[in-house]
Each structure stands twice: as structure tokens, then as C-alpha cells.
Write a protein that binds this ligand. Structure first.
Ligand SMILES: Nc1ncnc2c1ncn2[C@@H]1O[C@H](COP(=O)(O)OP(=O)(O)OP(=O)(O)O)[C@@H](O)[C@H]1O
Ligand SMILES: [Mg+2]
Length: 278
């Protein structure tokens, strides 16, 4: 299947009373005084269960910040987040750690696999960290490796796998504990175009066939078009959204976002904050 040819598991019109993600008026500020950066500015962001949503926006627009807040890796300056009806607010460090570990699967641009563990052990890692090493976990890890097409690579170390294969291992790892939500920050940003297509197809199928809720940050309009909905950010605020599936439409909307007027704005904001991509 080519990217974009598959429909996302759930269209944005089908609403469930309890969304997978309900984030309201999210603000995240970094620094203070002249070095103050508003990475997110009163952003509302909702994702229904079973949806696949892509987040796009210029560099520095707040995409990673949003993902980090949704993944409870950082806390907002203000605003609220609920994951499947559970509010982050009021959870202590232990509560947040458990939430991250049990309910959210992360896929990063640089795979983040442990180099000394083989593929199977890497997939099992979230359970090992949680102190669970039982035959059921191993069975699930094996079936996930099979699901991502790597059944015969179980014993391989990350250094013995291609970039695309490593990313597929990290997707299997993200799914081990059956998370409510999978968060992927530029999961294809470090891959060649063939591996990119394989990884996108896999994410798309996990959404459409198995109902996983996925939020993916990407710079790539092809990757974004695989999602059911593409949500745009600019200067930490929502800059509209379009339905996925149609890459031409996504390209047009993204081009509008990157128009000269927005670029001037972007230059101004990046002059304030010299940090680049992360
Ligand atoms: N820890 C931090 N300290 C200070 N400023 C930060 C920090 N993290 C992010 N920022 C700033 O917040 C803004 C949003 O950053 P973010 O990383 O979310 O952007 P992004 O949309 O993911 O960009 P890219 O496409 O380059 O990855 C940027 O101006 C950035 O410099
Ligand atoms: Mg980023």
C-alpha cells in the first residue's frame, strides 16, 4: 500500500464521548524576561479514540512541545490535558510515570533503542522496566515483532538492523503495553524514502486495522497525508486543519502556512529563540 492510500481508522466526524486526548488552553513558556519563549499559546487539541492525527508546522511552531506535554514528559505552564478521561493535573510524579509507562507509546526520530539489547529485548523493555518479565510479555513481544515484519530479526542488535528496521522495532516496543495513545515525533525524519514508506504504511495499518490512536509530528506532507486529519501549528497556536488522505490538499495547506508572510513571522520568532530542531 502506498502512503496516503489508506483511510484512517476513524474519521473526525465520529465522536466518542470520551476522547483519547482532550487538551485545553495549553500554554508552555520557556525562560523569562527577554529570553521568554511562548512555545504553546492557549492551544486546544482534541483527538478521538481510534484517530490518526498528523501535526505539521514550521520549525519552532511548538510541535515537539505539544507532543512532550501530551506524553507527560513535560508539564504545561497552564492549561489541562486528559488522556482517555484521566486528567494529568493532580497526578504526582509517580502517577505521571505510570501514565507514561502504561498508557502512552513513544516513537522517536532517532529510534532510541538500547544498543546492547537485541530486538526482542528492546521490545520487551517497557515491561522489564515495570518489573514484569513473564512468558506472556515475551509472547506479546514476539507477536509484535512478527506484526512489524521482523520475526526473523529477534536476536539482532540495533547496530545489525537498518534504520527502517530499527524504527519498526521501536514501534513494536511502543505497542507492548497496549497504550491508549501512540505519540510519534518525526518517526520517518531519519529514514530513506523506502523505509519511510514501510514505516508509514505500518503506522497507518495499526490505526486503520487495529484501531490504535496515533499522533504523529512530521515535516513531510506525504507522511501527514497518511493520517485521517492534519492539524497545523504556527507560533504555538492552531493554524487550522485539513482532512488527511489527499496529499495535494495537505501540500497546498502547508504551503499556505509557509507563505512569505508566515515566514517573516517565523524569522521574528526564531530570532527570539535560537533553538533549532529537536
Ligand atoms: N527547553 C526549552 N528551553 C527553551 N526554549 C525551548 C525549549 N524547548 C523548546 N523551546 C522553544 O519553543 C519553541 C517551540 O519548540 P519545538 O521544539 O516545540 O518546535 P518544533 O515545532 O518541534 O520545531 P522543529 O520542527 O524544529 O522540531 C521554539 O522556539 C523553541 O526554541
Ligand atoms: Mg520538533
Amino acid at each position: 500500500m502506498s502512503p496516503g492510500s489508506k483511510r484512517s481508522g476513524k474519521r473526525s466526524g465520529d465522536t466518542d464521548p470520551v476522547p483519547a486526548i482532550d487538551a485545553r488552553k495549553l500554554t508552555k513558556r520557556y525562560g523569562s524576561g527577554t529570553s521568554l519563549v511562548k512555545a504553546l499559546d492557549r492551544l486546544d487539541f482534541r483527538v478521538e479514540k481510534g484517530e490518526m492525527v498528523a501535526i505539521m508546522g514550521p520549525s519552532g511552531s511548538g510541535k515537539s512541545t505539544l507532543l512532550h506535554l501530551l506524553g507527560a514528559l513535560e508539564t504545561p505552564t497552564s492549561g489541562t490535558i486528559a488522556l482517555a478521561g484521566e486528567n494529568f493535573e493532580g497526578l504526582d510524579d509517580r502517577g505521571l510515570t505510570l501514565l507514561r509507562r502504561e498508557k502512552i507509546g513513544f516513537v522517536f526520530q532517532f529510534f532510541n533503542l538500547l544498543p546492547s539489547l537485541n530486538a526482542l529485548e528492546n521490545v520487551m523493555l517497557p515491561a522489564l522496566i515495570a518489573g514484569r518479565r513473564d512468558p506472556k510479555v515475551e509472547k506479546r513481544a514476539r507477536s509484535l515483532l512478527k506484526r512489524v515484519g521482523l520475526a526473523r530479526r529477534e536476536r539482532h542488535l540495533p547496530s545489525e538492523l537498518s534504520g527502517g528496521e530499527q524504527q519498526r522495532v521501536s514501534i513494536a516496543r511502543a505497542l507492548l503495553l497496549e497504550p491508549e495513545l501512540v505519540l510519534a515525533d518525526e518517526p520517518t525524519g531519519n529514514l530513506d524514502s523506502r523505509s519511510e514508506a514501510t514505516v508509514l504504511d505500518l503506522l497507518s495499518e495499526l490505526n486503520s486495522d487495529e484501531g490504535h490512536t496515533i499522533v504523529i509530528v512530521t515535516h513531510d506532507t506525504t507522511a501527514a497525508a497518511v493520517a485521517g486529519r492534519v492539524s497545523f501549528l504556527r507560533d504555538g497556536r492552531s493554524a487550522g486543519e485539513v482532512a488527511g488522505g489527499d496529499s495535494a490538499k495537505v501540500i497546498r495547506a502547508f504551503a499556505k502556512l509557509e507563505s512569505p508572510a508566515s515566514k517573516t513571522k517565523k524569522r521574528r520568532s526564531s530570532a527570539k529563540s535560537p533553538r533549532g530542531k529537536r
